[in-house]
Design a protein around this ligand. Structure first.
Ligand SMILES: Nc1ncnc2c1ncn2[C@@H]1O[C@H](COP(=O)(O)OP(=O)(O)O)[C@@H](O)[C@H]1O
Ligand SMILES: O=C(O)C1=C[C@@H](OP(=O)(O)O)[C@@H](O)[C@H](O)C1
Ligand SMILES: [Mg+2]
Length: 178
């Protein structure tokens, strides 16, 4: 059985931060799909979007996701759009457990507003863009195996505790040592 734990959810929900924390706690390899795409391309995400476009980025994202899931035993932090593709959802579901970090708009905005690293938010009205993306994507994120509600006051450690407790309750075999 493949036992990857795959974090999904909006930009700023904490997928990268919580994934790294889970990797330390559970002593599992950690992959962040954005970081892997950047490494392979030797370019930043904004550079890839501006030079090659979103469709190119999405193709690389699907490739990287398949590659990192093949390890079978990893913590994988996806980018916020990865879960929108049916093929990516199928791949994740075949290879482990999906965990949606569900986060309110104010918290998301607070975390992403000052960072120029997310090309989809380089718009005239970025907060509205974030709100629209959240509304569009919420029903699709809701297809995840597990939903964790995280908000402004939570620390990374607390949210990681919640993720581990939820996995223990739902599918403890995922946490067993190999
Ligand atoms: N409870 C929490 N969970 C996740 N991230 C948190 C939390 N509290 C504060 N943060 C901070 O919010 C930011 C979340 O950004 P990031 O992990 O890059 O999100 P994502 O990968 O989902 O876009 C990080 O700077 C992280 O340190
Ligand atoms: O939501 C999205 O479509 C995106 C989210 C980003 O990752 P984070 O969710 O880790 O910020 C990154 O993959 C890219 O900017 C596109
Ligand atoms: Mg991230």
């Amino acid at each position: 059985m493949r036992r990857n734990i795959v974090l999904i959810g909006m930009m700023g929900a904490g997928k990268t931060a919580i994934g790294a924390e889970l990797s330390r706690r559970l002593s599992r390899p950690f992959w962040d799909t954005d970081a892997e795409i950047e490494r392979a391309a030797a370019m930043t995400i904004p550079e890839i979007f501006s030079r090659d476009g979103e469709a190119f980025f999405r193709a690389r994202e699907s490739e990287v996701l398949s590659r990192v899931l093949a390890g079978g035993d990893s913590i994988v932090s996806t980018g916020g759009g990865a879960w929108m593709r049916q093929a990516n959802r199928d791949r994740v579901t075949q290879n482990g457990l999906s965990v949606w970090l569900d986060c309110d708009l104010d918290t998301l905005w607070h975390r992403v507003r000052s960072r120029p690293t997310r090309p989809l938010l380089q718009t005239a009205e970025p907060r509205q863009t974030l709100e629209r993306l959240l509304a569009e994507r919420r029903p699709v994120y809701a297809l995840a195996d597990i939903r964790i509600q995280t908000n402004m006051g939570d620390t990374v450690e607390e949210t990681a505790d919640q993720v581990i407790a939820a996995i223990e309750a739902r599918n403890p075999a995922i946490l067993e040592a190999k």
